[in-house]
Design a binder for this molecule. Structure first.
Ligand code: AMP
Length: 217
């Protein structure tokens, strides 16, 4: 499959890796050692010439966009925030599914706030996506960028609402928060550098096709 051209695949540890490795295995690509426990950032695979690069989830589109990796797997949340410039997104892998939602403290009068057109503070790590969402609704918001534990922000008065990923809803419930609005369904996508696809099509197209076949509908 790899032909003579080397192929690098950017992946991030955690949920995406757990759910994506079986799809790559179905496409005949198995890392030489467990990426979750290995300290190596570049791992050879069972397929000669194909290697995995382990990067931070939010960095995957950047590595692929600049051609440091030929393909990658990134959450739609990360792609919305990145903007997707310079990337093909040929396959929705259907893994790491969740939704991006607006959440508030239980009892917060969300519909009243929207109706009044009150200015609100939004805490999130998805600054661009949140800004665009509320601009589309015609709402005036101050977006406060955080790197983690967004759920804390409404509890301590840092923000009125948060924009975060919700899967089971357990994290919101545990912190007395409720989702009041969905922004987008989220799943992981295969992303491809267009230049690399042109140059290495014989190596890349079979991989894209095999992953499309293995993807979860
Ligand atoms: P849950 O409690 O199952 O609703 O999960 C919510 C927590 O897990 C939040 O901190 C989210 O940021 C994180 N989370 C949920 N789904 C995903 C995903 N697909 N990718 C990354 N983080 C996620």
């Amino acid at each position: 499959m790899a032909g003579s051209m080397p192929l690098t695949i950017a992946l991030s540890k955690g949920r995406i890796l757990d759910e994506t490795l079986p799809l790559f295995a179905a496409a005949g690509i198995v890392p030489s050692e467990d990426p979750e426990s290995s300290r190596k950032l570049v791992l050879p695979t069972s397929r000669p010439g194909v290697s995995l690069m382990i990067v931070r989830a939010s960095d995957v589109p950047t590595y692929v966009q600049w051609g440091a990796a030929d393909v990658g797997v990134a959450g739609k949340d990360v792609l919305l925030e990145h903007g997707g410039v310079g990337l093909y997104q040929p396959v929705d892998l259907g893994v790491a599914r969740c939704r991006m939602s607006v959440a508030t403290k239980r009892g917060y009068d969300w519909s009243g706030t929207v109706q009044r057109g009150a200015r609100i503070r939004v805490a999130t790590k998805y600054v661009k996506t949140a800004r665009e969402h509320f601009a589309q609704k015609g709402m005036h918001v101050d977006v406060i960028g955080l790197y983690g534990s967004m759920e804390l922000a409404p509890l301590v008065g840092l923000a009125d609402v948060i924009v975060d990923l919700v899967s089971t809803g357990n994290t919101l419930r545990a912190n007395d928060l409720v989702a009041v609005e969905d922004i987008a369904p989220i799943s992981s996508r295969l992303i491809v550098n267009p230049g690399a696809l042109k140059l290495k099509r014989t190596a890349m197209q079979p991989l894209i096709d095999a992953l499309a076949k293995a993807a979860r509908p």
